[in-house]
Write a protein that binds this ligand. Structure first.
Ligand code: C2E
Ligand code: CA
Ligand code: CA
Length: 566
């Protein structure tokens, strides 16, 4: 049952539930929640407006009341709740929390607000609190009922969801430590924790379960760094400032316990560590270095933490360079179009090419897209590059047509952001018009990340197809929902990710998977292109397995577009 977000709501929760009711005493657990429900009804809540949120919590929808009356009603409920005792054991009191949530606090989602409020009440061990919009309001409301346990400053710096400190507070503490001479301690480190693929966890279960995991990890990190500064940075990211030396062991504990938290999903918490260095005095740089170390081991099952080392330092320099020069690169055409041939399996002849971007830097030589594409995406400049690449391809095709040379169809890569940052369809159409290139000669490649959730992309893709362009799905198989996308979208070509070929030789299972993917695409009427073909053996296998097209170093590396394909 989904409750329509009410304009006013309250949470009722038994804070000492675990103490008074053992895990397997189902009968008592039911009796407790029934008691809570009866209490709500006695206090005037409509029985149809009560929803169970967890084993010990109810969410109540209340009738709209003027603010003061609403707060009075909650206060009265909190007073009445002091009488509640455990059924069958009348001398054991129940610690009931009553939290009030009003309209302004519920802009996003009532469950979130309720969970935050409960976490907050548990943290400060307070029977009642009011979430009426922002932290200041909570504080004022608490003060107005004479509750006084946290200073305004403390409250401002506390993340009410986890009870940890906020990112803002963490950064200012870090700044203090890095910049006060006597406190500067070389043995200090900044740790950055991140839950791998938390989005999928949320999707596999639900938001409430996701929140439980976030809280579990928050408390786990705090418990493992009991004397250190621990912060909740954002959804699934946490940071620690510590001078302890057995970091590897502590990270391993956090990792293992989180993995064991859900047997079916086995969530992975990764940690990046930055040891203080003399030259780093900016808290942002310190945290960034830890973050970078953490991100470098995302998705790797063999690593649970990584130090910020020389290799990462070098990467950081390049990234910074790229970020600083992103606009120059776009405006001054340091970005150039390269092309890699695509082979038709049945004829063994070139049948097309993929346009790939290169950054030809006046000082640093050729930079690979792996380095600059993510930075250009971050800087919201990627659409300019993609539009430029399309135009370059059209210009090239038009020149060849005019010179009477053979012309091959081309595919270009589009970023997810192109669809947000500009009307990329219009840009492609304009380039075709400018250079008189028929639409049939162009295909756009999109990856599955472009398709996650945004519904207008389906419309965008249909626009391309309706105008005679082909739409190809790139990197098929490297994400988790590729198969679903085939169900929901029409693609002309499936580009099978080169990862599939990596360990294919001698691995029967990989071969079976590739064969099935190719057969499945065929039965759906989708053509196939396998990327990353490097050896004769791979090529022979793929031909027998029915791949329609191939691309890879075996047939040709990407070369400057103007130099032609062979
Ligand atoms: P992608 O679209 O999957 O492109 C294929 C990548 O595989 C290219 O890397 C290509 O050089 C490489 N490759 C081709 N054959 C082989 C092979 O036999 N073995 C191996 N090991 N690699 C091979 P590249 O050019 O470094 O591009 C990397 C990624 O950057 C591309 O992956 C694409 O996602 C992105 N990219 C490149 N150009 C553009 C662009 O103009 N716009 C956008 N948005 N993304 C681009
Ligand atoms: Ca591609
Ligand atoms: Ca690809």
């Amino acid at each position: 049952m989904s409750v329509v977000p009410p304009r006013q709501a309250a949470v009722l929760s038994i804070a000492n539930f675990c103490e008074v009711c053992s895990k397997d005493d189902k009968a008592l657990a039911d009796a407790l929640i029934d008691l809570l429900r009866a209490f709500a009804i006695e206090n005037g809540v409509d029985p149809g407006h009560i929803r169970k949120m967890g084993s010990d919590t109810l969410l109540l929808r209340l009738d709209q009341l003027p603010r003061e009356e609403f707060l009075d009603r909650i206060r009265q409920m909190a007073i009445n709740a002091q009488e509640l005792t455990v059924p069958g054991t009348p001398d054991v009191a129940l610690k009931v929390r009553v939290g009030a949530i009003s309209e302004r606090a519920m802009r996003s989602f009532v469950n979130d607000a309720a969970q935050s409020l409960l976490a907050y009440m548990n943290h400060v061990d307070c029977p009642t609190a009011f979430l009426t919009g922002d932290e200041l309001d909570i504080w004022q409301s608490l003060e107005s009922v004479g509750v006084d346990f946290l200073s305004h400053e403390q409250l401002k710096y506390m993340d009410i969801f986890t009870g940890l400190i906020t990112e803002q507070r963490f950064m200012s503490l870090l700044d203090e430590v890095l910049n006060s001479a006597e406190q500067y301690d070389k043995k200090m480190s900044v740790l950055y924790f991140d839950i791998d693929d938390f989005k999928s966890y949320n999707r596999s279960f639900d938001q409430a379960k996701g929140d439980e995991l976030l809280l579990f990890v928050a408390h786990l990190i705090r418990d493992n760094f009991p004397t250190d500064v621990v912060a909740h940075l954002s959804v699934d990211r946490y940071a620690v400032l510590t001078n302890s030396t057995d970091l590897a062991r502590r990270c391993a504990v956090v990792h293992e316990k989180t993995k064991a938290y859900s047997k079916t999903f086995a969530p992975e918490v990764k940690c990046g560590i930055f040891h203080f260095e003399d030259e780093v005095r900016s808290p942002f740089v310190a945290l960034d270095c830890a973050k970078m170390a953490c991100e470098s081991i995302k998705g790797r099952y063999d690593k649970t933490f990584r130090l910020f080392d020389d290799e990462l330092r070098e990467q950081l320099f390049t990234r910074r360079y790229v970020a600083r020069h992103a606009e120059n690169a776009v405006d001054e055409h340091w970005i150039r179009a390269y092309a890699q041939p695509v082979i038709d399996t049945s004829t063994n002849e070139i049948c097309g090419f993929e346009a790939l971007a290169r950054w030809d830097d006046p000082h640093r030589g050729i930079l690979s897209p792996a380095v600059f594409i993510p930075t250009l995406e971050e800087a919201h400049l990627i659409h300019k590059v993609d539009a430029f690449m399309v135009d370059e391809v059209c210009r090239h095709l038009s020149e060849r047509m005019q010179e009477g040379l053979p012309v091959y169809a081309a595919s270009v890569n589009l970023s997810r952001l192109d669809f947000e940052l500009c009307d990329i369809y219009q840009q492609v159409v304009q380039s075709c018009e400018r250079w008189s290139v028929p639409h049939e000669l162009l295909a756009v490649e999109v990856t599955e990340s472009a398709l996650d959730g945004t519904s207008n992309l389906r419309r965008e893709m249909e626009r391309f197809r309706a105008a005679g362009f082909e739409v190809w799905m790139d990197d098929f198989g490297c994400g988790y929902s590729s198969l679903n996308l085939l169900k929901d979208y029409d693609f002309d070509v499936l580009k099978v990710d080169m990862e599939f070929l990596r360990d294919m030789e001698g691995n029967e299972r990989s071969k079976t998977i590739v064969k099935s993917v190719l057969a499945m695409a065929k039965s759906l009427g989708i053509r196939t292109l396998v990327e990353g073909v490097e050896t004769q053996t791979q090529r022979d296998f793929l031909r027998d397995a029915g791949a329609d097209m191939m691309q890879g170093y075996l047939f040709g590396r990407p070369r400057p577009l103007e130099e032609g394909l062979v």
